[in-house]
Design a protein around this ligand. Structure first.
Ligand SMILES: NC(=O)c1ccc[n+]([C@@H]2O[C@H](COP(=O)([O-])OP(=O)(O)OC[C@H]3O[C@@H](n4cnc5c(N)ncnc54)[C@H](O)[C@@H]3O)[C@@H](O)[C@H]2O)c1
Length: 341
């Protein structure tokens, strides 16, 4: 298929683009490349791409594709909180406009990077795709708003699908250290402390970045009627953990490391356990292959290989919000998160 991937230069986008190429798809990218100086492993996939902001896309940019996979945007809670009006214009308005243009251009498939953050503050119960939305952050609100706005666009010619991914972990050419498993493993390796900034009680569903990519490819290749106007949680039901469970797994994997709680680590409102069975029940092509335990080993081995230092991962290079603030304070991006030069 001829596929446009927005955000193809991001943490998930790099891994997904590579997998799409391996599956024989013709991939084009679109990304404003905010994290151009944040490459962790030098194998970002090379595909033809438009260096463009999603807010500026035109009909021409989306014409001629069999599918659009839309990942670009402000991709976690700290970024979403930074300036909620910006989250609204990039994540909500930008995504809705992109989908409307895709429909007008006759692109039949539109796969949206939604999130389990839609469930927000939910507690102990396992939530499937029919659960109520309860987002607690501007980021989560933007994802819910896009799902609600895109559903009425679905018809015989246009099929939106919403992939609500769990929290990602694992190695990618654009690895991020603001993700809990990647971060705790980095703390353990570089300092011997598995340093928890919250009280560790919230539940979180976790999924390896490669399994997210597999979910996108399986959705793209599925018969249209199976994914038309549907939402799927992405992960594994058995891979929901409390943050403190993850810390213990890191302690077990990384030699000479010890769990430590920050003195001012408060509770975290975001807490949800997610039932992820629908996607693999519906699409036989989708089989997640990773567990958090194995992912921690993968990360640890990669950190050993590259000789990771604390200043690499706690600074502005690999933490997205710190990086964006650094670009703005250095007058490289403006307050609207557009390149100045
Ligand atoms: N990583 C996760 O745990 C996770 C979980 C659930 C959902 N998601 C969603 O998946 C998608 C990809 O996540 P990721 O972790 O790869 O994020 P990322 O931040 O690593 O990548 C996002 C990409 O989008 C680009 N981008 C940002 N704003 C843009 C704009 N205005 N115009 C054009 N490009 C822009 C960035 O340059 C970057 O390459 C996001 O929509 C995110 O919300 C991620």
């Amino acid at each position: 298929m001829n596929v446009l991937v927005t955000g193809h230069l991001g943490y998930i986008g790099c891994v997904l683009t590579q997998l799409l190429i391996e599956h024989g798809h013709d991939v084009h990218g679109l990304d404003s490349d905010i994290y151009r100086n944040c490459t962790f492993v030098d194998c970002v996939p090379q595909v033809p791409y438009l260096n463009k902001d999603v807010r500026d896309i035109t009909l021409d940019d989306v014409t001629g594709y069999d599918a659009i996979i839309h990942l670009a945007g402000l991709s976690n809670d700290p970024l979403g909180d930074y300036k909620p009006s910006l989250t609204d214009s990039i994540n909500r308005k930008g995504s809705i406009r992109l989908a409307e243009l895709a429909k007008a251009a006759g692109v039949p498939r539109f796969i949206f990077a939604s999130s389990c953050s839609n469930y927000g503050a939910a507690g102990e119960t396992f939530l499937d795709e029919s659960a109520a939305f309860n987002p607690v952050t501007p980021y989560g609100e933007s994802k819910v708003a896009v799902e609600k706005a895109l559903l009425p666009l679905a018809d015989d010619e246009f099929s939106p699908t919403f992939l609500r991914a769990s929290t990602a972990y694992g190695v990618s050419p654009r690895l991020r250290f603001d993700l809990v498993v990647n971060n705790l493993t980095a703390w353990a390796f570089t300092t011997g402390r598995v340093y928890l900034k919250s009280d560790g009680t919230p539940w979180r569903p976790l999924v390896h970045v490669e399994d997210i990519a597999r979910a996108y490819v399986a959705t793209l290749e599925a018969p249209l009627e199976m994914v038309h106007a549907r939402a799927f949680n992405v992960g594994q039901t058995s891979e929901n953990y409390r943050i403190s469970d993850i810390a213990e797994m890191v302690e077990d994997c990384v030699p000479n490391s010890k769990v430590e709680f920050s003195v001012d680590g408060g509770p975290d409102k975001r807490c949800y356990r997610v039932d992820c069975n629908l996607l693999s029940r519906t699409l036989h092509g989708f089989k997640p292959q990773w567990t958090v335990e194995r992912g921690i080993r993968q990360l640890y081995e990669k950190y050993v290989e590259v000789g990771l230092k604390m200043e690499d991962f706690e600074g502005a290079r690999f933490q997205r919000i710190a990086h964006v603030k650094h670009l703005i304070s250095s007058n490289i991006l403006n307050e609207e998160m557009r390149w100045i030069a």
